[in-house]
Design a protein around this ligand. Structure first.
Ligand SMILES: [Zn+2]
Length: 670
């Protein structure tokens, strides 16, 4: 009896809990498998050509999303209804679009010149752009007149690797000419992978005082060379002209006999032999004889003019608002987002083996957008309406570096201070073995709890099933009837086999929000063999799995909205992105990768970090660090590579129009 009594008490309490739950989370709608499929099939169709930011395909996607938002009655976020506004204007789907600047392409201007003026020669040798040389997409425009050229090996400079081509080849006020690639060849795991990337070579050349950088093509035919394909990564200009030159032209400049560059290759590789020893000291670099004449080619005056035209193509986030129903809580906002852009026909970011094919991006990230659309439909139909305002966002520019979400947090439509959480879905279409990854659980204890409880389903079962050995596994709560008898039960199986990650930073749009101290959750079904390839297609999506994920997100948002208190923000344990880059030191800055042309803008700094202790703040633009000018994130990273833990350095930042100098002492990266 005693046992039964206790059991009864437990059932009664459980039943109360269940009743409360049943009232509050009466399903206002469930994600529709066929709806998800229709969204993904359209967004990932050939017609949209891979939705590369700034292309017609991306515009079609944005219009589709805006039309759906309109169908669900979401409020238009841009502009306001004005007296005299026509219905067409008021109803325009454009008013769901938050446009932001984006360089979609870069082209040659009219003033690209490259010629050499040998002393006492009256007919300078001219070289044709596109045949003999080509500016790189991130090159700055500019002119170099009558400049000396200096051969500088591979043009790599890395204190970390104790390797500095510029120590042996002073290029101050000259033009540096360097081989492309690294002394390790193409080894993807070689020590020079980072320092040998062209972006870092440009930063190193500028730091060494070069007026321009000439990179010798690795392919015999210039047009076959990857560097000769004009493209811009929206990550800021180099600060100096940077061009690739044909091997033939290089041989002319360097004076190799019969177009032969092998002498210079030997010089460059000789520096590698002592790499790790101390090549920052030129004395230990064993150079072949004729060193001077091979390094310095001062007798040829270079006249160089680079003229690139960057073609801006406005891109847009699509934003729809569902106003909250509670008079007070409606001032608080929950953001549900996913990026809709993808890689177009390939190019930067593509992992395809062939060029030019449509990258369909069904999982990345038509799946996430379909999730946003279904959640917009479900919440707009929910009765009673959610208490808080829910803002649905589809971002562009994610693949190019979180450009759209960065733009939003810099130009928010509703105050960020009242944005209580951001839920991001990026690649939720490949659920396999029921494994789901959720990031950001360390950004708020309440969100972690919502994830844990949200992972439990609530399936009614009969009294007979409750004691059946074959029933669905999972915790059971009992439902008690009016006569005090248990009438049936509810079983709570786990929806997913979860992998939880603490960090609020990661390679998707939630990072932009977390950088503004907003708790975040990130849903992801993991990477796969079609990732960033044309073969990421609609028929490979697990729509049933996706609908279950979206149902879980809906439940988490519903419970988040139900709570009177907003989730508290906590600093999550970092799953260190810097370590994989090979940095030895840690500053704790949160750079804004989108906006970096004349400095490195900070979105924030981590608490208790060296950056925080130095007094760096969100909104600061670092223009100089450890004695190096910083124009973009690559300069910044290069400077970081020079720094030593425990040593004090100066950081100069622009803050509200003033140049401020701060002292910063990096710590060792663990
Ligand atoms: Zn992607």
């Amino acid at each position: 009896m005693k046992y039964l009594n206790r059991l009864f008490a437990y059932f009664a309490i459980a039943a109360l809990a269940v009743t409360a739950l049943a009232q509050q989370s009466a399903p206002a709608g469930v994600p529709g498998v066929e709806r998800l499929r229709a969204h993904v099939e359209y967004l990932a169709s050939d017609k949209l050509e891979g939705r590369r930011t700034g292309t017609a395909g991306a515009t079609l996607a944005a219009e589709y999303i805006a039309r759906e938002f309109s169908r669900y009655g979401l409020r238009r976020s841009i502009g306001r209804d004005l007296p005299g506004m026509s219905i067409l204007e008021a109803d325009s789907p454009n008013r769901y679009l938050q446009k932001f600047p984006y360089v979609a392409g870069v082209e040659l201007g009219e003033n690209n010149l490259f010629y050499m003026n040998p002393r006492r020669a009256y007919d300078p040798a001219r070289f044709r752009v596109g045949e003999d040389w080509m500016p790189l997409g991130f090159s700055s425009n500019g002119n170099v007149k009558r400049s000396k050229m200096v051969f500088a090996g591979y043009g790599i400079s890395s204190a970390e690797l104790k390797y500095d081509d510029y120590a042996a080849s002073p290029v101050k006020d000259s033009v540096a000419i360097v081989f492309s690639g690294t002394p390790d060849g193409d080894n993807p795991h070689g020590q020079f992978v980072r320092a040998g990337a062209v972006r870092f070579k440009a930063a190193a050349a500028r730091a060494a005082g070069a007026r321009a950088l000439l990179i010798i093509a690795s392919e015999t035919n210039l047009t076959d060379d990857r560097l000769a394909h004009l493209a811009y990564d929206n990550a800021g200009e180099a600060g100096i002209p940077v061009v690739v030159i044909s091997r033939k032209l290089a041989a002319k400049i360097l004076g190799g006999t019969n177009g032969d560059l092998s002498w210079h290759e030997k010089i460059a590789d000789a520096r590698k032999l002592s790499a790790g020893a101390d090549t920052t000291n030129p004395a230990v670099v064993k150079l072949p004889n004729r060193r001077e004449e091979l390094i310095s080619v001062s007798n040829l005056g270079l006249e160089l003019s680079v003229d690139l035209v960057r073609r801006e193509s406005p891109s847009a986030n699509v934003i729809g608002i569902l106003d909250g129903s509670d008079p007070t809580l409606k001032n608080e906002t929950i953001v549900i987002g996913a990026h809709y852009d993808h890689l177009g026909h390939g190019g930067a970011g593509s992992l395809a083996s062939t060029e030019g094919e449509i990258h369909h991006g069904a999982d990345d990230n038509a799946s996430g957008v379909a999730g946003v659309l279904e959640l917009a439909r479900i919440f707009s139909q929910q009765q009673p309406r959610p208490k808080r305002t829910i803002v649905f966002m589809a971002f562009s520019g994610e693949e190019e570096g979180l450009l759209g979400s960065n733009y939003y947090v810099n130009h928010p439509i509703l105050p960020l201070a009242n944005t209580i959480a951001m839920i991001n879905m990026d690649m939720i279409g490949r659920l396999k073995d029921n494994k789901l990854v959720i990031g950001g659980v360390g950004t708020s204890p309440e969100l972690r709890n919502l994830v844990t409880s949200g992972n439990l389903e609530h399936k009614p079962i009969s009294l007979a099933e409750m004691s059946s050995p074959t029933r669905t596994p999972g915790k059971v709560t009992a439902v008690v009837g009016g006569n005090g008898q248990v009438t049936s039960g509810i079983v709570h199986p786990q929806r997913f086999d979860l992998t939880l990650n603490e960090d609020g930073f990661g390679p998707s749009d939630h990072s932009s929000f977390y950088a503004r101290q907003i708790p975040v959750l990130f849903f992801w079904t993991g990477t796969h063999e079609d990732y960033h390839k044309p073969s990421d297609t609609a028929e490979k999506i697990n729509y049933d799995g996706e609908s279950r994920i979206v149902a879980m997100v809906a439940e988490i948002v519903r419970n988040l909205d139900r709570s009177d208190a907003r989730p508290s923000y906590t600093l999550a344990k970092s799953e260190s992105t810097g370590r994989s880059m090979g940095f030895r030191v840690y500053l704790g800055t949160i750079p804004n990768y989108a906006d970096s042309t004349d400095g490195l803008l900070l979105d924030g700094v981590r608490e208790d970090s060296p950056a925080a202790k130095a007094g760096l703040k969100a909104g600061d633009k670092i223009v100089k660090l450890a004695g190096r000018d910083v124009k973009n994130v690559y300069d910044y990273t290069s400077a970081l590579g020079e720094m030593k833990a425990g040593q004090e350095y100066e950081a100069e930042v622009m803050r509200a129009g003033e140049r401020v100098t701060l002292k910063i002492t990096p710590t060792a990266r663990k």
